[in-house]
Design a binder for this molecule. Structure first.
Ligand code: ADP
Length: 158
């Protein structure tokens, strides 16, 4: 049986932190599916097509990944993709409470799907999409946080 993981998120935009986690996960699983969702609690900066396009460009060197969007329940999406694992990143204690709740709910909804947490490499621990957006809007330098292709795409949206 192929080991398939779903890495869900808004990816608004995809950052070097996301990419590092996906690269490392791609060595642990036969396939990693990057599941891009419209998070109902957040208004997005990039629309879904732009988020898919920027992720595709940023991840083009990794073979065993697939980028898909979804707007169903995460566990239903995972099930439909034959994934056994949901991957999430844990950057700081502040991520923990929400992630703990989310994994508990998902476990309740589908006990067959495990949530696995990965911590970022040290140099990416402070990167978040929301801070990248904020710095961008205020004219700051985001080149250390996202690939050049993403930086260019974001600037073209200003
Ligand atoms: P969401 O809206 O679901 O939180 P994000 O795109 O912000 O979507 O994040 C998707 C996942 O990636 C989350 O599990 C988040 O904790 C994780 N993540 C975000 N930034 C980083 C980073 N710099 N390093 C590792 N994981 C990260």
């Amino acid at each position: 049986m192929k080991k398939i993981a779903i890495y869900p998120g808004s990816f608004d935009p995809i950052t070097n932190g996301h990419i590092d986690l996906i690269r490392r996960a791609s060595k642990l699983f036969d396939k990693v599916i990057v599941g891009i969702t419209q998070n109902s609690k957040k208004t997005s900066f990039l629309d879904i097509d732009d988020r898919i396009q920027t992720a595709n460009t940023a991840l083009k060197n990794i073979d065993n990944i697939e980028i898909l969007s979804f707007d169903t329940l995460l566990v239903d999406f995972a099930d439909a993709q034959n994934a056994q694992v949901i991957l999430r990143g844990l950057r700081a204690v502040s991520d923990f409470e929400y992630e703990f709740q989310l994994s508990g709910m998902n476990k309740h909804l589908n006990p067959n799907i495990e949530t696995l947490f990965m911590t970022p490499a040290e140099q990416y621990a402070n990167i978040s999409s929301s801070l990248v957006r904020e710095i961008l809007m205020l004219g700051g330098d985001i080149s250390a946080f996202v690939p050049k292709s993403v930086e260019d795409h974001l600037k073209s949206k200003l």
